[in-house]
Design a protein. Structure first.
Length: 301
């Protein structure tokens, strides 16, 4: 207690018997540093968790859209002699739109690219059709996070669309997958109307080039290749739409090319096998157009 001491003089207080802790009014520097360190540790632990939760939510939203896209494609096949919509210059996006009526379903909440859907499909691939200016809707620049499997849907280089009867194992055959895209991604849609930006793929062909079924090296995810056309949009993985209409997220793409090419048997070709990748559609010609030997093989198989 505070009290007057005989030797302290009038007006002076004695601190005898008073605990030092009772006189403290703040934290020491060490205590403050400890608190700051604890907060930093908690932030380092929790922030990645929050980020993963957001990414998971976007992946779930994208997966929901994927199921609608898959059903729309299947509805299209029922109305058009059980043939898939052509993927020539991305025209399938326009062809199945009446069954969706929502352009946003093509857009991935995480990453999307800009592609210009051309009029070539309706003018029988006439010379110069790729330069005909078009504006949406429905043709022109579109934002999409998806690419179609050319070896299932058909239409590459204006070959006829393929029938669904070719697919013997629809539950394990990839119909569409999330695409590779690059900056400025959907921001490029704001470019001047005279420009034709291209920041995303809309088709791949593992029958022609097996590396198309790999992630592009810019994603830093395996299996990767400098010409890969898949994008790891969600948690280092991606969503797939299979030929029976169901959709699911996978950490890695199917390695066996039979999951991409109905004409191939299981175990015949692997997307990670560089020898098989070099073989492509035709071991003697993998760079020809639609009328070449390689193009004919790709178009008919």
């Amino acid at each position: 207690m505070l009290g007057c001491n005989r030797r302290c003089g009038v007006g002076k207080l004695s601190l005898h018997g008073v605990s030092p802790m009772s006189l403290r009014v703040g934290f020491t520097l060490i205590e403050l540093l400890v608190v700051i360190a604890i907060i930093a540790i908690l932030a380092a632990i929790l922030f990645p968790v929050f980020s993963q939760a957001r990414d998971k939510a976007r992946q779930t939203s994208c997966l929901s859209n994927a199921k609608q896209v898959g059903l729309a494609v299947l509805q299209y096949t029922q109305d058009y002699d059980e043939k898939y919509p052509s993927n020539h210059w991305g025209i399938y996006l326009v062809l199945v739109q009446p069954y969706m009526r929502n352009w946003e379903m093509w857009r991935c909440p995480s990453y999307s690219g800009v592609y210009t859907v051309r009029i070539c499909f309706w003018v029988n691939n006439a010379s110069g059709c790729a330069s005909i200016p078009v504006e949406p809707p429905p043709l022109g620049r579109v934002i999409t996070g998806w690419l179609s499997n050319s070896d299932v849907m058909g239409g590459w280089d204006n070959w006829p669309p393929k029938p669904i009867t070719r697919v013997q194992e629809p539950a394990t055959t990839v119909m569409l997958a999330e695409n590779d895209n690059w900056p400025p991604r959907e921001g490029a849609i704001n470019d001047p109307p005279t420009s034709l930006p291209w920041t995303g793929h809309m088709a791949n062909s593992t029958c022609r080039w097996a590396w198309h079924a790999m992630f592009h090296t810019r994603w830093n995810v395996d299996p990767r290749h400098g010409s890969g056309r898949l994008g790891a949009h969600h948690m280092d993985g991606l969503n797939f739409i299979f030929a029976d209409g169901h959709a699911k997220w996978q950490k890695q793409p199917p390695f066996d090319c039979a999951a991409w090419v109905p004409a191939l048997d299981r175990g015949q070709m692997d997307i990670r096998n560089q020898t098989a990748i070099g073989a492509g559609c035709n071991p003697t010609n993998t760079s020809g157009g639609g009328s070449s030997a390689a193009g004919t093989w790709c178009g008919q198989n």
